[in-house]
Design a protein around this ligand. Sequence first.
Ligand code: GSH
Length: 208
Amino acid sequence: MAKKLSYFNGNGFAEPIRYMLHYGGQKFEDVRYDHSKWPIASVKESLPFGQMPLYEEGDRSLHQSLAIARYIASQTGLLPSDPWKQAILDAAALTLYDFYTKSKPYDFLTENDQSKKDAHLKHLMEEHVPYFFSRFEKQLKANNGHFGTKLSWADFILVGIVEVANLLYNTSVEKGYPTIEALLEEIRTLPNVKEYIAAREPYSFARK
Ligand SMILES: N[C@@H](CCC(=O)N[C@@H](CS)C(=O)NCC(=O)O)C(=O)O
């Protein structure tokens, strides 16, 4: 069945899904739109809620990045079968998204006043990141380096969220959290993921 993932040519909410697809050896069409040309009316109107990522498999399609990631996990050995273990991972993935959305990325991106941008960054690095990352670190450490009992889709979401935050805020939010750093390294060096990363073009948040 033909598989296709549509998103912007950026990391954002699609990159952990791309990582999982590569890790699972799944062949897929990696469709990428240029952000500077968005919105493309014909594409936007074809999306169920006007947003991406969109995952298609044969004649069916799925929106919402976490639903897509969880589905891909079920196909690639990254979703445990036990419902309680699944729920623990759902909670981790949703909290990772809380971290990112509560950091107000779009406010930062669209702010032109440098002093406000600096204040945003100060709050991010001195309060927001420590609050969430000390807790992520604790959970990972208690589970031998993963959110669950072994490598799972929530671990991939962590990497995706760290990478998009780092790109946007031009920082390293994982610095000082050794278990998180080790998990990033583990996922970035997985078979197929490593090759994909080496071959991809660098990403940027620059708006033309
Ligand atoms: N909750 C959705 C959010 C999707 C979303 O915000 N997509 C953005 C890119 S990150 C988008 O498509 N923006 C273009 C638009 O809204 O026209 C998800 O996780 O998939």
